[in-house]
Design a protein around this ligand. Structure first.
Ligand code: TNX
Length: 740
């Protein structure tokens, strides 16, 4: 069977058809004169056996092989100098893979593996081709959090295989966090015996306050760590350990309470979020501890980079800690942010002395960047941009494009952390921010997808979250920008999915999902728009609880009154092949009317702008449906609704959401106004709900008549001391304006 179109992911830098057809089967022989390339051939054989059930024999003496034997020739080619670059040529009787470095040969063999069929066949024909390939970025990373939920050594190796097959070269191993310390440290055995366990774990979504009452433990011995590092190194994957500091340290504090400012007692954390107890920056014993830990870590990991975390470190404890305040004074530091910078710089110095470099999350910019640090930009692109402008190396991993713990489907059937990151968005990510000057671009080493595992408890779910999104990102990182195109990638999706099956991997089908969207229609009407990428299925839709009443969907349905709608995909045999997507609408006098927002919402929670506030959808699902909210960070919210004509009203409701642990607070005050002309407004009422949690409503009961309604919601300027996120700007969240 000859492969018709080229089905390689990531797409190579260049590929040209050639005459010839190579017959590949179990008689094919791998030939290499260089012993060192044997290792690469062996790794290829391991995968070949795993997927197709056979290995190829190896020969150092091609001249002794009979002429009719088809060969895969691996050769050193000093002319191909660039790291990871290779050439692959398929002729009638030979496949030649050449490179100046063994990583290049390894990648050539990974490409060859993708030229084989996506089903378990023992033979195939490969059409003649000449591939000249090399990566766009030197840093191509995937992250895995094993602290929130643990992954076995066997699965971590599989994960590394997935990386290598996609030509990723860095595995960021998040080994410590509040919920667990997962790496054996000989000098501090309690880190794993105490910090490696938590008494129980939150059940369901954040804020449920339900726990499973089951201890959860796990850690890697140093022997296992060495085994994983060796496994990865052989596959040209560098392993970057992350030891979190000064925040996300509860598991360490639970093990050794002297490391915290209050001295405890502490326990390994049982739910998620950002915690005020952090490493004490005032005590030298904290630094002694961290240096000891890092010494053992550096002995295990040859990586040039050591990740020291640095993110989400509340400054509350330091503010009230005598030792920390003394440190601030003695070192003439400006404030607690400068103390965080002192902390990171002191650790950096230690790591630099051992010939290594630190990576930190973008919070390490606060209070001044450590001199040689590489910044991992996760809170958007801005940290990366700023670091590059300061001439620091950067790894981009902005949440909006790279957080694959976020949902890839809007009809999510399992609990995720929230957010929405569909495949197309990952594929469209451009790691070099548009605002960088040409001379600054080279500081962007590459990018990385992060997989945080609060809601990911098992390998099958990990695979579901990474596939196909990590395939998409591999192309962003490896392929030339010019040859990247979504339609080309889309054509390869069916075959990619076959390949995941061949690998025995789970994956998400969300690409074919039924997509439902509430959209504005002309004349201030609201519509429900449905679509799917599936070529074979039809969409059916019902305006009732009864699915039997569903009819074929043709165009956005107009929502004329409050009520319940649902839709699903139906195949050629009229069998339902998707979940039912359900939507409740609550229409009122504001629904669909034009809304002007005085301040822009945060780009992360921008919904469909003002329309989101009048789309007839009141979200009761909290952050799992964050696309239905507008979120503002550090600004007030002001919305003006134009009812089109003078309108009587009895009540005005502003539906809002709060979750203080996530720094989302209720507005301190909501002021309601009316106006005839949209220029001069008279106040109707002021409402506040200081202790509101989750979904809550600011209600104005002042009846009246007006064309324009203005609602102004005031946010706290900064989160006050003693509250989660103290010192930072709060979030405020709204989902609907209801005028009755
Ligand atoms: C933020 S990303 C975190 C993690 C969470 C993640 C969930 C980063 C540096 N910190 O601790 O797991 O959000 O998406």
């Amino acid at each position: 069977m000859a492969q018709t179109s080229l089905q390689l992911t990531p797409v190579p830098a260049s590929a040209q058809s050639q005459p010839g057809l190579f017959h590949f089967d179990d008689k094919t022989v791998i030939v290499s004169k260089s012993k060192k390339l044997y290792k690469e051939a062996d790794l290829f054989n391991d995968l070949l056996r795993q997927f197709y059930g056979y290995r190829l024999s190896l020969s150092t003496h091609p001249e002794k092989l009979p002429a009719h034997v088809n060969k895969i020739i691996l050769q050193d080619n000093p002319a191909i100098q660039e790291e990871d670059a290779y050439e692959l040529r398929v002729d009638d009787h030979s496949i030649q893979i050449s490179s100046g470095n063994s990583a290049g040969i390894f990648y050539g063999l990974q490409t060859l593996l993708q030229l084989l069929p996506p089903e378990k066949l023992t033979a195939c024909d490969i059409a003649g081709i000449l591939i000249k390939d090399k990566p766009r970025f030197t840093y191509r990373g995937m992250h895995l959090d094993v602290a929130r939920h643990f992954s076995s050594v066997a699965f971590v190796k599989k994960y590394i295989d997935y990386l290598a097959m996609h030509k990723y070269n860095n595995f960021h191993w998040h080994l410590t966090d509040d919920q667990g310390w997962r790496i054996e440290i000989k000098k501090y055995p309690l880190l794993t015996s105490v910090g490696g366990c938590r008494a129980q774990t939150l059940v369901g979504r954040y804020g449920s306050d339900l726990y499973d009452n089951t201890p959860y433990c796990g850690f890697y011995t140093q022997e296992q760590i060495k085994e994983v590092v060796a496994y990865a190194t052989a596959r040209h994957v560098n392993v970057i350990p992350e030891i979190e500091m000064p925040g996300h340290a509860m598991a360490a504090l639970a093990s050794y309470p002297y490391l915290g400012c209050t001295k405890g007692p502490y326990k390994t954390f049982e739910t998620w979020g950002v915690i005020e107890d952090v490493f004490c920056a005032g005590n030298d014993s904290t630094f002694q501890f961290l240096e000891d830990v890092l010494t053992e870590v550096m002995a295990l990991f040859p990586s040039k980079y050591i990740h020291i975390g640095g993110d989400e470190c509340p400054k509350e404890r330091w503010k009230h800690c005598v030792q920390c305040q003394k440190r601030i004074k003695d070192n003439h530091l400006k404030d607690e942010f400068a103390l965080q910078s002192y902390f990171i710089q002191r650790i950096e110095k230690f790591i630099n002395q051992k010939g290594r470099s630190i990576i930190g999350w973008d919070e390490i910019l606060e209070g001044g960047l450590a001199p040689n640090a590489t910044v991992m930009s996760w809170r958007g692109e801005s940290g990366g941009i700023e670091a590059a402008k300061q001439k620091h190396n950067v790894i981009m991993t902005p949440g909006e494009w790279c957080y694959i713990d976020h949902s890839q489907s809007l009809n999510e059937d399992s609990v995720t952390i929230g957010g929405y990151l569909p495949l197309e968005k990952v594929y469209g990510y451009e790691p070099i921010p548009a605002s960088l000057q040409p001379g600054e671009m080279h500081y962007i080493l590459g990018a990385q997808a992060n997989l945080w595992t609060e809601y990911i408890t098992n390998p099958s779910k990990i695979e579901y979250m990474i596939f196909p999104r990590m395939s998409a990102l591999s192309e962003v990182l490896w392929s030339p920008k010019e040859s990247r195109n979504w339609e080309g990638f889309e054509e390869r999706i069916p075959q990619l999915m076959k390949r995941y099956k061949l690998w025995g991997a789970n994956y998400s089908n969300a690409y074919y999902d039924l997509q439902a969207k509430v959209v504005p229609l002309p004349k201030d009407k609201i519509g429900w728009s449905l679509s799917t990428k599936s070529k074979n299925d039809k969409i059916i839709v019902a305006n009732s609880e009864s699915q039997a009443t569903a009819t074929i969907y043709t165009e956005p349905v107009e929502i004329k009154k409050s009520g319940f709608w649902q839709a699903a995909l139906q195949d050629e045999n009229k069998k339902i092949v998707s979940n039912w997507v359900k939507q409740q609408f609550l229409l009122n006098k504001a629904s669909g009317k034009p809304v002007v927002l005085t301040y822009p919402p945060s780009a992360k929670y921008a919904g469909s702008g003002g329309f989101t506030l009048v789309d007839g959808v009141v979200n009761t699902m909290g952050m799992s449906k964050s696309s239905q909210f507008l979120g503002f960070n550090g600004s007030d919210m002001e919305a003006i609704v134009d009812l089109g004509a003078d309108t009587d009203f009895q009540t005005i409701n502003l539906h809002a959401f709060a979750q203080p642990d996530s720094w989302i607070y209720p507005a301190t005050e909501v002021i309601f106004y009316k106006s005839e002309d949209g220029v001069s407004f008279t106040q109707l009422a002021t409402v506040s709900l200081p202790d509101a949690r989750r979904n809550h409503i600011f209600q104005c009961n002042q009846a009246g008549k007006a064309r324009y309604i203005k609602i102004k919601a005031l946010a706290m300027k900064l989160i006050p001391s003693g509250m989660a996120g103290a010192g930072y700007r709060p979030w405020i969240f709204f989902d609907e304006i209801e005028i009755n």
